[in-house]
Design a protein around this ligand. Sequence first.
Ligand SMILES: [Zn+2]
Length: 76
Amino acid sequence: MCLLSKERIDPMTGVPKKRVSRGKQGNRRSHHRLTLPSLMDCPQCRQRKLQHYVCPHCGYYRGRQVLKVDAAATQS
Ligand SMILES: [Zn+2]
């Protein structure tokens, strides 16, 4: 007999011992919320950018130009 088919028809795998109460379920899901990315204003171009990342609008990081940004591509 094939091992794979035996696992598929075994009814005793993964049967929960106790039903999870709504409170327990809620406590577990209390960590499932989404968080917004921490944005800041770029000191160079005043656009919103991710903290600790190179600004995608002007290519500056810590007061230095580190990326060459095509001005036509960033116009929105
Ligand atoms: Zn910028």
